[in-house]
Design a protein around this ligand. Structure first.
Ligand code: GLY
Length: 313
């Protein structure tokens, strides 16, 4: 079977200039390449983890070193990974971890748990050699944005305690994720995020919740979601998509259906979802202005897209 990997760098407004757009496209292409290299040597789990880790390292997206800040200026990240054979690993609200997706994989491979948080997650990160200096998560651009947003919040332009409205208003959903099918037909999914700007400390989104931010089921499909975590959790978006595909619906229709359900309940600018089915067919759907996405198979990056009207897949 031809190995296939697809990635996303988040759904949102993506108000960016040409230089930033070029950086986003290159980071997506690098992530697809990292996934394809891993697929040539390993399995679908390796592929989604390597693809997501490349995006966490890029600093371009809201994940890993690019993660946004909580209301008190901390960087707290969530990530999850699932093997289509039914095992998952995830971490939530972790700090000082350069690649939360690698820590999620560590949970999957070295514990009998699904989701680890707090001191326990930090200890695992230490054991896995995944702790990174705190300074890596801060830069002048993010510090300036944080200052501006706190001013906007205190001026009453939006109420920062309403996470859903905040995330919609800012149009920031640049969580990252990947799905893959390896040469043996195994599927996998992974998702990683810094969450949403000015979230409460300790707030956890959809990304580390199986069935919400990610899901993989061999013989069916694998999914990774992006958008407003609260809406995605309450819709169980990834599991919902899997049920539709299992019932016989084509993956592109299933994803449109899930986006429709979320839009009806939570409004637009709330979700993007990427998937791959057991035949290796890739699809994505979103109710936002744009969604950063890319895919490849064999040794080739096939397509990178950002805007709605671009050819996809
Ligand atoms: N989808 C990322 C989050 O809401 O945390």
């Amino acid at each position: 079977m031809e190995p296939v990997v697809a990635v996303h760098g988040g759904a949102g407004k993506w108000r960016i200039g040409p230089d930033e757009e070029a950086r986003v496209r290159k980071a997506l292409s690098d992530a697809v390449s990292a996934g394809l290299t891993a697929l040539a040597r390993g399995n679908a789990v390796d592929a989604v983890v390597e693809a997501v880790a490349a995006m966490e390292d890029s600093g371009v997206f809201n994940a890993g070193v690019g993660s946004v800040y909580t209301i008190s200026g901390r960087v707290q990240m969530d990530a999850g990974v699932m093997d289509g054979n039914g095992k998952a690993g995830a971490v939530a609200s972790v700090e000082d971890v350069g690649n939360p997706v690698r820590l999620a994989k560590y949970v999957l491979e070295n514990t009998e748990h699904v989701l680890v948080v707090g001191d326990g997650a930090r200890e695992l990160a230490r054991a896995a050699g995944l702790l990174a200096p705190r300074s890596r998560f801060y830069d002048d651009r993010k510090n300036a944005r944080f200052g501006e947003m706190k001013l906007e919040a205190s001026a009453g332009r939006w109420h920062y305690r309403k996470v859903l409205e905040l995330a919609k208003a800012l149009g920031i959903g640049d969580t990252v994720g990947a799905v893959a099918r390896d040469k043996d037909g195994n599927l996998a999914a992974a998702t990683s995020t810094g969450g949403v700007w000015l979230k409460l400390d300790g707030r956890v989104g959809d990304s580390p919740i199986p069935g919400a931010g990610f899901w993989a089921e061999n013989g069916v499909a694998a999914f990774s979601a992006t958008g407003v975590g609260e809406a995605i959790i309450l819709s169980m978006a990834s599991f919902r998509a899997a049920l539709l595909v299992k019932s016989g619906m084509a993956i592109d229709r299933a994803l449109e259906e899930v986006v429709g359900v979320v839009t009806e309940k939570f409004g637009s600018d709330t979700i993007g979802i990427l998937g791959i089915d057991k035949t290796g067919r890739v699809a994505a759907a979103f109710n936002t202005h744009a969604m950063a996405r890319g895919w490849g198979s064999g040794k080739e990056v096939k397509r990178i897209a950002l805007w709605r009207d671009e050819i996809w897949p």
